[in-house]
Design a protein around this ligand. Structure first.
Ligand SMILES: *Cc1c(COP(=O)(O)O)cnc(C)c1O
Length: 823
């Protein structure tokens, strides 16, 4: 809640919008996502047209109680919103940014602006950790650093703050000016400059020039000397503070670096004296980010001894929530690294998306450094808990316990500290619920998550739900207006999970799901998924279940159709939705052309079934060598669906396009598309580099033992493997029973170990295999090993053994634990 009081008329004035107001109301919340409504009465919805036209969400947002809208044009049915104020502007995003910039201007506080290619979020969060002992800080939640994210972040500035730390991220030219208007940093920090997001820029120079625009009006700029050495004179900022590990003319010259007991010891020259600093990290990226923070604090005149003391206590930044299987049939959302009100809201939204258990529980610690009065803070927390329909709250800490009265409407229990909670954990009888664990660092909630999460086998398949959402949006953006989307979640969502993926899809409002078998559909219903679901292979023996769970069969033959009609007759079922499958050339399932006339006779005026859709499947939509064939399939399908539709007295949904067809065959979209493998980040038809899709699944395992072997010694079963020279092998915890096929043995498969690709040696065993790590540096027992991820891609792995990514993905066996990430 900003200390400045906004009303909708004041906002109208600021953004220069036209439109007549019905009533004037106070506004505290800016809403840009229809799925994340909070305090609707005091919200104004910005109908942004990002990937989808924001105006299409007005009906549902209005229904949820929001009565203020910033739009580009009035809705056609404006009379349907009698209580709504519509503010009309020529550019909705610009209006949002103008409001944010105006809000920023109202405050005279120091603001650190952070940008660069990598490390923005880490540096922002670490500066926060370093400066929060003596400042009241406002910062971007998570990595909300985009054109919209920055506007929403800046909106959080309130009277009591005396420092802002905001990161800015851009992907192309002319974006930074907008961000600069909103952030107006007084101090700038430029983090690592690398090749991330190069695609939106002509070259590195253009990218750097654009990034530096953030600092146009800054008094002080902190950067790595080496990055801008060639740039002299053109670097903005009244005063500069540079650091370097190579050049002693930098203000902070780091001349010595050593690892001591897993910590990194840095010595540097600063103002002609020697200073030192110990950081609790040893990886290169962390060191660079840490030096950047060190330099910033020195530039801000902090005492080097104080800085050293604080740097040593830096903690890793985890922006992602992990969704894992818990004890007693629970799901655990682990967000145990930090706690503030903004990230609590994000986490509660994610909790709210989970439908797999009847109950949602929040374990929350005291929240520190919010800058708010305790009463105000916990009142906000209590409101959020109530709005996000959390069933139970377990509060941990003195402060939250003192405010227990605020949580009266929710089932609640309070503990003074984490130890007391852990002692009494078993009495809490967790069972069949989704539990969000959210705690400030000092509460050590990782001990809690350890106690509640099922012990994981050390091989895990990590699923990145943000990537999945990104991929879904990529394809949605390709659809013509009104085209529906069916998401294929057969075979355990291509190996990626069941309700975890389905919840995400339901939350993102896809129109349909498709599963292979009735049982798969039943599990989704059991997990609270209420989207329509098509079953590709309905078994007549389970029709009862199918109907009981409201699952819709694909009907591909007379036999199936007859069986189902008879069943419907017996059970007195009328107009049950079915999906008619046509074989137009795949030669797998479906009615053929010569059968259509008779099919029409059966379907016409049939009161037991209702043809919900007619569809077919393309055999080669991904490759141009099949284009003539694809055209034939499309023609035949069009002819057949017309024939069927003509004989019915109603219209039906027609669909044929799978992932590659969405990419390559816009004409094939018809009324709906069926998105499969693209959702999981793979599409053979996309030739762009880098691909607009993001990697969803990463398979990781670990090293059980390392051995030194002599040249020629035989390794593994059948003594198939050996090293040409003396070397080192690692035994890793994955084998063919986990889905790491035997075909990957004897060098066919490789794994990433500490950045080096290590080939397999010898045959793959059931639960283990051996890899050659002779060339890898700094590898220890227990280290993580990557089987595939965004760097070593599934596509590459599949090629190695002459198969396709679909097979690799779906082969990862069910005993491999799935862990889900969401930011
Ligand atoms: C699996 C499947 C799809 C999805 O195919 P992708 O190539 O993974 O997009 C579409 N339609 C049917 C009938 C399928 O079986």
């Amino acid at each position: 809640m900003p200390a400045i009081h906004y009303t909708i008329s004041k906002i109208q004035h600021i953004i220069g919008a036209s439109g007549k107001l019905i009533t004037d109301t106070p506004i505290t919340n800016l809403l840009t996502d229809s799925r994340k409504i909070n305090n609707p009465g005091a919200s104004v919805f910005f109908a942004l047209s990002d990937r989808r036209d924001g105006h299409t969400f007005i009906p549902e947002v209005y229904k949820a109680g929001v009565h203020n809208f910033v739009v580009k044009h009035l809705p056609d049915d404006v009379a349907a919103y009698p209580k709504a104020n519509f503010l009309v502007v020529s550019n909705v995003l610009k209006a949002l940014q103008k409001l944010a910039a105006q809000h920023r201007k109202a405050f005279d506080l120091e603001i650190i602006g952070v940008t660069g290619s990598n490390g923005k979020t880490i540096v922002k969060e670490w500066l926060y950790q370093l400066l929060c002992p003596d400042k009241k800080i406002v910062r971007n939640p998570k990595s909300y650093n985009s054109q919209i994210g920055v506007a929403l972040s800046v909106w959080q500035i309130e009277e009591q703050h005396n420092l802002g730390i905001f990161e800015a991220g851009i992907s192309t030219t002319h974006e930074m000016e907008q961000l600069e208007h909103m952030i107006k940093p007084t101090v700038g920090v430029l983090t690592h400059i690398g090749t991330a997001h190069n695609e939106g820029f002509k070259d590195d120079a253009e990218k750097l020039t654009e990034k530096l625009k953030l600092f146009t009006h800054s008094n002080l700029l902190v950067y790595q000397y080496d990055d801008l050495a060639a740039y002299k004179g053109k670097v903005p900022g009244k005063r500069h503070f540079t650091w370097s590990r190579k050049f002693n003319q930098a203000d902070l010259y780091v001349f010595s670096e050593t690892v001591i007991a897993k910590k990194y010891y840095l010595r540097a020259k600063f103002k002609d004296t020697e200073i030192e600093c110990l950081v609790p990290f040893v990886d290169e990226a962390s060191i660079e980010n840490a030096i950047s923070c060190w330099a910033t604090l020195l530039a801000l005149d902090y005492d080097p001894v104080v800085i050293d003391d604080r740097m040593e206590r830096l903690v890793p930044v985890s922006m992602r929530m992990e969704l894992k299987q818990g004890i007693n049939d629970c799901s655990i959302i682990d967000d145990s690294y930090n706690s503030d009100i903004q990230s609590l809201e994000i986490a509660l939204n994610f909790l709210n998306q989970q439908n797999q258990h009847p109950k949602r529980t929040l374990i929350l610690s005291d929240i520190f450094q919010s800058g708010l009065e305790q009463d105000v803070l916990y009142k906000q927390v209590a409101n959020l808990v109530k709005e996000k329909k959390t069933d139970k709250i377990i509060g941990v800490g003195k402060a939250i316990s003192e405010h227990r009265a605020l949580f009266k409407t929710t089932e609640s229990v309070f503990f003074d500290d984490t130890d007391t909670l852990l002692e009494q954990l078993s009495q809490l009888n967790f069972n069949n619920e989704t539990i969000l664990i959210k705690g400030s660092r000092s509460f050590e909630f990782e001990r809690l998550s350890k106690a509640l999460v099922q012990k994981a086998h050390e091989t895990v398949l990590e699923i990145n739900l943000n990537a999945l959402q990104n991929n879904l949006n990529h394809y949605k953006a390709k659809l013509n207006p009104g085209v529906k989307l069916m998401a294929m979640v057969k075979a355990f969502s291509y190996g990626s999970g069941s309700f975890e993926v389905a919840n995400m899809l339901q939350f993102n409002k896809v129109d349909y799901l498709a599963v292979a078998f009735i049982d798969e559909g039943v599990s989704l219903r059991d997990a609270g998924i209420n989207l329509p679901i098509m079953v590709l292979n309905p078994e007549p023996s389970a029709y009862d279940k199918m109907v009981a769970f409201n699952l819709e069969p694909e009907i591909y033959s007379y036999k199936l159709l007859d069986d189902f009609i008879k069943f419907a007759q017996q059970k007195n079922i009328a107009a049950y939705p079915i999906h008619i499958k046509i074989d137009t050339g795949m030669r797998r399932l479906g009615f053929e052309e010569f059968e259509i006339e008779h099919l029409c006779d059966v379907l016409k005026d049939n009161k037991y079934v209702h043809v919900q859709s007619i569809f077919s499947h393309l055999a080669g939509s991904d490759a141009d060598i099949h284009d003539t064939f694809t055209l034939l399939q499309l023609d035949l399908f069009t002819k057949i669906y017309r024939q069927i539709e003509n004989s019915l007295s109603y219209t039906v949904i027609k669909h044929i396009a799978n992932t590659s067809a969405i990419t390559r065959w816009p004409v094939a979209q018809m009324d709906m598309v069926r998105l499969g493998i693209g959702l999981y980040g793979i599409d053979g038809a996309i030739k762009e580099e880098p691909s607009p899709l993001q990697t969803v699944a990463s398979l990781k395992t670990s090293i059980a033992q390392i051995k030194h072997v002599k040249a020629g010694e035989t390794i593994g079963y059948n003594r198939n493997g050996s090293l040409p020279e003396d070397g080192k092998i690692a035994t890793v915890r994955i084998g063919y029973a986990d889905g790491y096929l035997r075909a990957f043995g004897n060098g066919a498969g490789k794994m990433l170990v500490n950045g080096t690709l290590a080939p397999t040696v010898g045959n793959v065993s059931m639960d283990m295999c051996m890899i050659d790590i002779t060339g890898a540096i700094g590898v220890k027992e227990g280290d993580e090993v990557v089987v595939f991820n965004e760097e070593y891609r599934i596509e590459e792995l599949a090629k190695q053994i002459g198969t396709i990514p679909y097979e690799i993905l779906t082969n990862v066996s069910q005993r491999v634990k799935r862990v889900y990430f969401y930011e």
